[in-house]
Ligand binder design. Sequence first.
Ligand code: ATP
Ligand code: MG
Length: 390
Amino acid sequence: MREAILIKTGEIALKGLNRHTFEQILVKNIRFRLKKFGKVNITKSQSTIRVEPKEENMDFDEMAQAISKIFGISAFSRTLVTKKNLDVIKQEAVEYLKDQLPYVQTFKVEAKRSDKQFPYTSPQLQQELGGALLEAYPHLKVDVHHPQLTVTVEIRDEHAYVHGAQTPGAGGMPVSSSGKAMVLISGGIDSPVAAYMMAKRGLLLHAIHFQSPPYTSDRALEKVETLCKIVSQYSGRIQFHCVPFTEIQEAIREHCPEELFTLIMRRLMMEIAQRESEKYELQALITGESLGQVASQTIGALGVTDAVAHMPVFRPLIGMDKEEIIQISRQIGTFETSILPYEDCCTVFTPRHPKTKPNLKVVEEAQNAFDFEPLIQRAMDGITLTMLHP
Ligand code: ATP
Ligand code: MG
């Protein structure tokens, strides 16, 4: 039996005049994400996007999986594509809905007919198909007001379509419809969740990671790359920037007061992330910070870190509890990787008594007492790029 996928756009529908642009971006994202499954035909009508295979034997389970992770989609359903012939429609619908109808008690049929030449009216079609389904599944009852399942039959110019339940989509806005941003990604639980949340709001992601070999291992780096790949199932491919950070961390240890190690390190990360973002015309930074979670995430510490930035810094987790963050990380599939016990550069030189109420002037003076500029330059020159995708 031939199948297609019907996609309902989400918030895009609210965008008024920009709607067309948003839909175009979404269609492009869908096309890109489905490329590996084979050739498809994608068409739009009102708020529905229709994906029809152009090849035989495409893997619809996998395709539906991929679609469930594309932002900008509120719901989707797999649909039977068949001939515009009532007997064929009935016969194939009975078979096609065998995974759904046995599990509900009540249903109704809704007919839509954009081909007005079709010899049955919508009410006739509803009655005919409803009758055939009742005959095949005698436990069913029709409930036109609150059915457990609505079966939709659509007669369009080319074909007839029959589908049952809708699956909720990933929501949000199409990736890249809001712009481009750089996420500072560690191997922890929080930053991958922050990346996911901002991609959901339509940002195309680049990721930057600070690595301090030999204090941090290759496996720690692989872990971060794996996290990006998991996130990229939702965000689409991620340009990954890896910064050699050892020299800077050693200089901090040599030349700065211990209680300010973490703060100065965070400021230098922001500085480098920002310069790299400018190079690639990215418009914001994203971090996984949550207010009060650790010493470097108190309101004062965040102020000291933010003072470096002249582009917006998005912290989508700022008001969330760890438990809530963990819940999302389990749901998107990053949790199991995040908790693997590899060292992060943050944990390498952790001060025993970090400053929780830092003074910006004092931090700036401490940082300026040493000339980090040549080291920043060298770190930037050493950045390696990798394109990561699922
Ligand atoms: P995470 O779970 O994301 O590691 P965290 O709660 O452990 O966060 P910190 O280690 O203080 O918090 O880091 C705060 C934020 O700084 C991270 O969410 C991330 O955005 C960024 N960050 C930390 N370490 C790195 C790193 N090695 N490379 C890039 N960004 C980093
Ligand atoms: Mg961390």
